[in-house]
Each structure stands twice: as structure tokens, then as C-alpha cells.
Design a binder for this molecule. Structure first.
Ligand code: ADP
Ligand code: MG
Length: 328
């Protein structure tokens, strides 16, 4: 079968997914036409690109690549406390993404667009001599002033994090062959955490009016906490013994002490880190129970501008630069 060209890809694969939102005009026109936002809502916009060999691996299942591309964007909406509405998808395809690969990509995309109730509103389709990349621009909505900022944290606030940390970074090591686990279930769990992030969209919505500052942990807790501290003009203190770990990650750390900091420095967690006044703790616990999302208090905001990490043995470290930065 000859390979689909750009127009076949749009008509055969993308247009059927665009029916969920009338703004897409079934991808049969030059652009989408959006109605004004719902009464009393502001539009929240973010864009994220994933690149083959950097954010996904060449042999990752194509449906999971699509889901990850969408989910990292949904995580930004979660971090803003915004309700996702629709996405624009720009694909740059290399020779490796043949028709069979794209068919599977579409299955994953369709699945998660439906699961999160977001419409495909438009995009662009090009070929590239380099690795494939997928860029999603996401639109969301939030009442004026209700968005979660990185900047509202106050000295004395508790620091909370959702889910567990470090799983995804370990999953990447398993997938690239630098970590081998004898326990297949644990290994599969970690790989899944790397490939399919769980954006905390409902949690972001529930934290409106509760969290004083929030962001999603994508580059490692320590580095992202520094972003929150810088924006909120304060320091922080966290306790390593409180960091939420899955059984699989706990096992990895016990087996190899060199992995002790993985929950602090590993990337791709896509959990929410947020601050809230201590008198909101019971409310945060209620949200955790209602959404069945684990929420763990890991420390607090304090004066100064450093992040102090207290370890289980009573030692403390002042973090300088941790977390992942793209090098150029
Ligand atoms: P133009 O040549 O004017 O840029 P295109 O042929 O690129 O138009 O796009 C035609 C329509 O298909 C537009 O509505 C565009 O938003 C949509 N489209 C193109 N590529 C994609 C894609 N990968 N995903 C979703 N919509 C797409
Ligand atoms: Mg175009």
C-alpha cells in the first residue's frame, strides 16, 4: 500500500477525530473557528513538543507516544487549575512513521481525547529528515483569577505532592537498558509510568482556591520546587523520608543506594506540587480521598531562597542545581 500523503493523513486519520468539536470545521478548512469562551471564563493556552529520542524512544508503542504527547499538555492544564477544552496537533514525521505506525498513533490519540473530553481542533502535518516530533497546543478555561500560579506561595505554607515520585525516571532506565529488575511486575509498572503519565487534571480543578501556588513536576522535584520558590520569593524545606515512593521505586533504592535521590531529581513525574496554608490540610486530605489521589505533605515553605533537604539520618543539604535542563 502506498504511503499516505499529507492530505490523506488529515482526511483519513485526523478529521475523524475532529468531529468532537465543531470549532474544527472537520479539518476541511484552513483554520479552526472558536466561539467566544463560556461566560466568565478566561482561555488558558500552553504548548509542548515531544521529540523522538528525547521524550520518547524510537521503539515506544505509537499509541503510547500519542497519549504521552497529549498527557504532558494536559498536565500543564492541571498545573494551572484549568479545564482542558481542545488541542491543535502539529506532527513532523520521519520515514520511520509509516502508515501502520500512524494507525496505531491515532488509536492512542482517539482514546485519550475521549478519556479527557478534549477536541482535536486543527494542526499541521509535515515531513522531516530528523526524528519525528509531535507538538500539541492545548486550550483550557478557568474563571478569571482562579488559575493556579507558581507565585502565590507564602512562608509557613505546607508543601504537598500528588502520587509517587521517581517511577518514571526509573522506567526510562529500564527501557534504555541501564537498569534491570528481576521483578517483571515492578519493571512493567515503572515503564508504564514513563510512557503514560497521569495528568492530575481533576486535582488541579479541586485545588482552585485551596493551593496558594502549584506546578507540575516534569523536570524533577528539586528543580521544580526551586521554580516555585523563585516565583513565590521564598525558600523551602522538605524531608526525604516523606517523599512518596511506589513499592517498585522503594525496592530499587534499597537495592542500589546510588538511586537514593531518584525521587528528588528524576524527571517526567507529571505530578502536582503545591503549597497550601496549614489550616487547609484537612481540606487537602478530603480532596485526596474524594479523588482517590494520594496527596503527601513533604515539607513547607520558609524564609530565604534555598531548598533545604532533610534526610532521614538527621543530615541536611542545601540544594544548588538539581533537575533536568535541556542542553543546546
Ligand atoms: P494549510 O495548507 O492551509 O496550512 P493544511 O492543509 O495544513 O492547511 O490543513 C488543513 C486543515 O487540516 C486545517 O484545518 C488544519 O488545522 C488541519 N490539520 C492539518 N494537520 C493536522 C493534524 N496533524 N492534526 C489536526 N488537524 C490538522
Ligand atoms: Mg498547514
Amino acid at each position: 500500500m502506498p504511503r499516505r500523503d499529507e492530505f490523506d493523513l488529515i482526511a483519513d486519520l485526523f478529521a475523524p477525530l475532529a468531529g468532537r468539536h465543531p470549532a474544527a470545521l472537520n479539518l476541511a478548512d484552513d483554520a479552526a473557528v472558536l466561539p467566544p469562551p463560556a461566560e466568565g471564563q478566561h482561555t488558558v493556552v500552553s504548548v509542548d513538543t515531544i521529540v523522538g529520542g528525547v521524550h520518547f524512544l524510537p521503539d515506544d508503542p505509537p499509541d503510547l507516544v500519542a497519549r504521552k504527547a497529549l498527557r504532558v499538555n494536559l498536565s500543564d492544564m492541571a498545573a494551572m487549575g484549568a479545564e482542558p477544552v481542545g488541542v491543535f496537533l502539529s506532527v513532523a514525521l520521519s520515514a520511520a512513521e509509516d502508515d501502520a505506525w500512524m494507525d496505531r498513533f491515532i488509536v492512542g490519540l482517539d482514546h485519550d481525547l475521549g478519556a479527557y473530553g478534549v477536541g482535536l481542533m486543527g494542526g499541521d502535518t509535515v515531513s522531516t529528515p530528523g526524528p519525528a516530533s509531535f507538538t500539541i497546543t492545548i486550550l483550557g478555561q478557568v474563571p478569571p483569577g482562579a488559575y493556579l500560579s507558581r507565585a502565590g506561595g507564602r512562608v509557613g505554607d505546607d508543601l504537598w505532592v500528588s502520587g509517587t515520585l521517581g517511577d518514571s525516571a526509573l522506567g526510562l532506565r529500564v527501557l534504555t537498558g541501564t537498569l534491570t529488575l528481576s521483578d517483571k511486575a515492578a519493571s512493567d509498572f515503572l515503564c508504564d509510568r514513563y510512557r503514560v503519565p497521569r495528568p492530575r487534571v481533576d486535582l488541579g480543578l479541586a485545588l482552585r482556591g485551596v493551593a496558594t501556588a502549584a506546578l507540575d513536576v516534569s523536570d524533577g522535584l528539586a528543580g521544580d520546587l526551586r521554580h516555585l520558590c523563585r516565583a513565590s520569593a521564598c525558600g523551602a524545606r522538605i524531608e526525604t523520608a516523606r517523599l512518596p515512593l511506589s513499592d517498585a521505586t522503594r525496592y530499587c533504592i534499597e537495592s542500589d543506594p546510588a538511586l537514593a535521590d531518584i525521587a528528588l531529581t528524576g524527571g517526567d513525574d507529571y505530578e502536582l506540587l503545591f503549597s497550601a496554608p496549614p489550616d487547609q490540610a484537612a481540606l487537602v486530605d478530603d480532596i485526596a480521598e474524594r479523588l482517590t489521589v494520594p496527596l503527601t505533605r513533604i515539607g513547607c515553605l520558609e524564609g530565604g531562597n534555598g531548598v533545604t533537604v532533610l534526610s532521614g539520618d538527621g543530615g541536611s543539604r542545601l540544594l544548588e542545581s538539581f533537575g533536568w535542563r535541556h542542553g543546546w
